[in-house]
Design a protein around this ligand. Structure first.
Ligand SMILES: Cc1cc2nc3c(=O)[nH]c(=O)nc-3n(C[C@H](O)[C@H](O)[C@H](O)COP(=O)(O)OP(=O)(O)OC[C@H]3O[C@@H](n4cnc5c(N)ncnc54)[C@H](O)[C@@H]3O)c2cc1C
Length: 445
């Protein structure tokens, strides 16, 4: 129900939704005035709103998209200083023609720099190049009292480790200095390899772990000997070619479609056709940056395809030694429950960094999308048990329903995080629906 003065907002999964008082300061002074004024009370920063669940939801929400004035590239060294409200597409337009690229790219170019740091996002190259914040040299942060502090791996490192992956709970990120990666072409040399089952997917990802980028799409509806069949996508930057990036325009889904369009039957048909088609055209191909990194950005608002009830993405990571067994067990449970995931993506991850709430850890991560329906939640609780039994954790940027117990078991550094938060934000000014639910700022804190 919408309250007066509040706007109904949600994350990418369109669940949950909540009324929020929204403000969008136009600059750092405006932001300070807003925080000093106390009127937003408890609040949380929001970038592009592309986290799936409730991490950017609160009674008062401060959009950082107005913070977009700084974008300075040192094109000799590939060091970029930029405002937190700029998105990755805007950055790529500036840096690619100069022969540089953001070293970590997620599945959409519309993520803001603030959101990328707050979730310490990972890409298809985590096994080689780590997560986004491993390329952040320094950032500036506005604390709850309006003070601006700087932190980085060497300066104020504890605050840096709490802010990178800290889901906006230490303060509002204003600017960041990033080390970019050099490229000599904006074309990608891609390669796709079919895998007949889950074991083959793992084998191919291991065999190609030197690939710059790798990811597997799984057909999660297959059972028995074909369970986990999929396509492995590998890619390298081409050496020769032009340096160009425009950022593709997208077609839109104008309204939420009836969610039943994406049912087990239609998914099964889609998966079989897709697998056969990809199998048929398996081999080498040449792609531009958008086609390889952001294929989903071609359809604006594709989240509406799941219907008015929205959807949830369940992304977890398991350590290397437990991943094969744990992921097989998750796929069996999903199949036994008769649920289908439209997108099922498996990636290898490199080692964890020291950030206190960052998601990545050495092993494998699987992401599954499910239409929201009442029967989904008991199944997800079963999956939580498998993830914890295998020593894993669930990604906060995708989460909309994890319990406090599951969070605290998966993120053993939560107490160290809380100690730092209490130092910089003693009145718990920055809190989200998610942080309350998982006991960082709510009951259990
Ligand atoms: C299609 C799609 C594909 C994706 N693929 C990937 C992927 O491959 N890898 C991956 O890691 N993630 C992926 N994501 C998730 C996405 O990268 C993260 O959720 C990211 O945090 C979203 O950034 P945002 O600007 O939309 O932030 P929001 O969703 O608005 O906010 C996310 C969190 O960041 C905090 N935040 C935002 N701005 C600031 C700021 N200025 N200061 C402090 N805190 C701030 C918010 O408080 C919140 O806790 C994907 C999402 C989508 C929709």
């Amino acid at each position: 129900m919408k309250e007066p003065g509040k706007t109904l907002i949600h994350g990418w999964g369109r669940f949950p939704r909540a009324g929020a008082r929204m403000s969008e300061p136009a600059d750092v002074d405006g932001l300070r005035a807003l925080l000093k004024d106390e009127s937003p009370g408890a609040c949380i920063a929001r970038g592009s709103g592309l986290s799936y669940g409730d991490s950017a939801l609160a009674g008062s929400v401060i959009s950082s998209l107005g913070l977009r004035h700084v974008c300075e590239l040192d094109s000799a060294d590939g060091v970029l200083r930029c405002s937190a409200g700029l998105n990755l597409r805007e950055i790529l337009r500036e840096v690619v023609p100069e022969g540089w690229i953001l070293p970590v790219l997620p599945g959409t170019a519309l993520v803001s720099i603030g959101g990328a740091i707050a979730a310490d996002i990972h890409g298809k190259n985590h096994h080689r190049h780590g997560s986004f914040c491993e390329h952040v040299r320094e950032l500036s942060l506005m604390l709850a009292d309006g003070e601006v502090v700087h932190c980085g791996p060497e300066r104020n490192p504890e605050l840096f480790q709490a802010t990178c992956g800290g889901m906006g709970l230490t303060g509002i990120i204003l600017e960041a200095e990033l080390k970019l990666a050099p490229i000599t072409s904006s074309k990608m040399a891609g390669r796709s390899l079919p895998a007949a089952n889950l074991a083959e997917c793992f084998e191919l990802l291991e065999a190609h772990e030197q690939a710059h980028y790798s990811v597997a799409w799984l057909d999660c509806l297959m059972r028995g000997p074909h369970m986990g069949r999929g396509i492995i996508y590998l890619a390298e930057h081409e050496i020769e070619g032009e340096l160009r990036y425009r950022g593709r325009r997208a077609l839109g889904v104008p309204f939420a479609t009836p969610g039943m369009l994406l049912n087990r039957r239609s998914l099964s048909m889609f998966n079989s056709t897709y697998y056969r088609w990809q199998n048929f055209r398996a081999g080498r191909n040449r792609l531009d940056l958008d086609a390889y990194f952001f294929p989903l950005d071609r359809i604006r608002n594709w989240n509406r395809l799941y219907g008015a009830a929205g959807f949830l993405q369940y992304q977890f990571v398991l350590p290397l030694d437990a991943a094969r067994e744990g992921i097989a067990s998750v796929l069996r449970k999903v199949s036994d429950a008769g649920k289908g995931s439209f997108l099922s993506v498996l990636k290898k991850m490199g080692p964890a960094n020291g950030n206190l709430l960052s998601f990545p850890t050495g092993g494998y991560t699987l992401a599954l999308d499910f239409r929201r329906e009442a029967s989904l939640f008991p199944m997800l609780e079963q999956l939580d048990a498998v993830v914890l039994d295998h020593g894993g954790r669930i990604y906060l940027a995708k989460d909309a329903r994890m319990s406090e117990t599951v969070f605290k078991a998966g993120y053993p550094d939560w107490e160290r995080f809380l100690a730092i938060k209490q130092r910089v934000d003693p009145n718990m000014r920055f809190r989200s629906a998610q942080s309350d639910r998982i006991g960082l700022t709510g009951r259990g804190a």
